[in-house]
Ligand binder design. Structure first.
Ligand code: KE4
Length: 439
């Protein structure tokens, strides 16, 4: 039991009696960084407050959705109006059509789209659709994903690399039978040669390649343009479906997502986070030729009680409207750049090996000399120094992602004052890191 008057610890002790690990999503338990998770009571703009009333500058933004800042008045007003009309009908609504049309207009590779309630559900459904539609609708079983990329927790995607290169994957979670993962090939991110070899060996059996074009689940790691162009070329040649998982990067790194930055069109795109603005809205969509295989038109089944929920969609639509303001992404990118440049400068003053990278409103920070370009290089970064830095920042009111292997997020509400407060705090945090672990 907790002692003292730390409400976070009291709530955490209580939560662990009724919820496994005391949380509803594992990363929130602080197991990677240690310490007591903060139970958040309210949020506004770039800040949120914990159960002790302590204020933090928030750099997780609910892991991406809160791109316009917390409790934006336009978003709150839109939701209040929707709530007053009813919460859920289980029947189509005009708002869903408007949302679908907005997504199609903003993401040119998407000709038709289906709304669901989570990124996991969207990625799982896109995978099933790809398997059903591949090979001109004859269907295929094998899929390719990449080590370090996360696409939610559907069984086929909870896979770690096979024992040798080009051997099919093994479950990365208990409860997933090997029969489920035997068709999943896990390759190295940014390794074009492996990709070429995989298609040489399995080409016409491959249903799809699923990738985070800018990976955000092994910290931030950019795909090389060659890597993405190679997978586009190979999928086209072999009749495989190319799936971009843009749950995190969609409307986060640019209005058109990562695919607009790389100039490569996938066959399917998976979306989430920002399109819900903090409410449970996700989506998968793409070429009409592929989407026509989805029920009720085709044989690939997918369904959902709360898919396209009117209150959630009202939040998403209000968010999508705000991010289309002229100069939104230029301003967002400028603020993220000030953050990263300032952190790098602060680390240099204290002689701490550190670097950073960012794309739009998404960033990676690394206790390493060079920006990592692969899963192996991410794994070689200094986790202990990250954890020290994390707590030194948290204790001073700056909340970073509680893991060295997650990306961070800036919102439109992170103005110059907030960024300069963050950098002043970072100076103290890097001093603490240097004192605790001199080079
Ligand atoms: P959800 O089921 O959590 O909505 O989305 C799964 C998902 C799919 N694809 C990508 C690229 C994702 O980043 C995610 C979820 N991202 C994590 C952050 N690493 C969500 C945070 C969490 O798991 O609590």
């Amino acid at each position: 039991m907790s002692t003292g008057n730390d409400r976070n610890q009291q709530l955490f002790d209580r939560a662990q009696r009724s919820i496994p690990g005391g949380v509803n999503s594992p990363v929130r338990a602080f197991r990677s960084v240690g310490g007591t998770p903060r139970f958040i009571e309210r949020a506004l703009g770039p800040h949120f407050w914990d159960a002790n009333g302590a204020r933090y500058i928030d750099y997780i933004g609910s892991w991406g959705p809160m791109i316009v800042g917390h409790t934006h008045p336009d978003v709150v007003a839109a939701m209040h109006a929707a709530i007053a009309r009813g919460l859920s009908y289980g029947a189509p609504t005009a708002g869903e059509v408007e949302m679908a049309e907005e997504i199609i207009r903003l993401v040119p590779s998407i000709e038709q789209v289906r709304l669901v309630s989570s990124g996991t559900e969207a990625a799982m459904s896109a995978l099933r659709l790809a398997r059903g539609a591949a090979g001109d609708g004859k269907g295929r079983r094998k899929i390719i994903k990449f080590e370090g990329c996360y696409h939610g927790h559907a069984d086929s995607l909870l896979v770690k690399a096979g024992s040798g290169l080009l051997t099919f994957g093994n479950p990365s979670s208990a409860g997933v039978p090997a029969e489920i993962t035997q068709h999943t090939l896990v390759l190295d991110y940014n390794d074009c040669e492996q990709l070429e070899d995989a298609f040489k060996t399995h080409g016409d059996d491959i249903a799809c390649v699923m990738v985070e074009v800018i990976a955000g689940n092994m910290n931030l790691v950019r795909a090389t343009p060659e890597f993405i162009q190679t997978m586009r070329k190979l999928c086209t040649k072999h009749g495989a479906i190319l799936v971009f998982d843009e749950v995190m990067t969609g409307f986060r790194v640019a209005l058109g997502g990562a695919q607009s930055l790389y100039g490569v069109q996938p066959d399917l795109t998976v979306l989430g986070k920002v399109i819900g603005g903090g409410m449970p809205v996700a989506a998968f969509g793409g070429r009409r030729e592929v989407m026509k295989h989805l029920a009720p038109l085709g044989g690939v089944y997918q369904a959902g009680t709360l898919s396209g929920n009117p209150v959630a969609v009202s939040c998403g639509l209000a968010t999508l409207k705000l991010i289309q303001a002229p100069g939104f992404y230029e301003r967002l990118s400028a603020q993220t750049g000030k953050l990263i440049d300032g952190l790098v400068a602060a680390a240099q003053i204290h002689d701490v090996p550190f670097c950073g990278d960012f794309v739009g409103g998404m960033f990676g920070i690394y206790f390493a000399t060079n920006v990592p370009q692969s899963y192996a290089q991410i794994m070689a970064t200094d986790k202990e120094r990250f954890n020290r830095f994390f707590h030194a920042m948290l204790d001073r009111g700056v909340y970073l992602a509680p893991s060295a292997y997650e990306a961070g997020f800036v919102s439109a509400a992170h103005d110059d004052e907030v960024i300069s407060q963050t950098l002043a705090t970072a100076g103290k945090a890097f001093a603490a890191v240097a004192a605790a672990s001199p080079r």
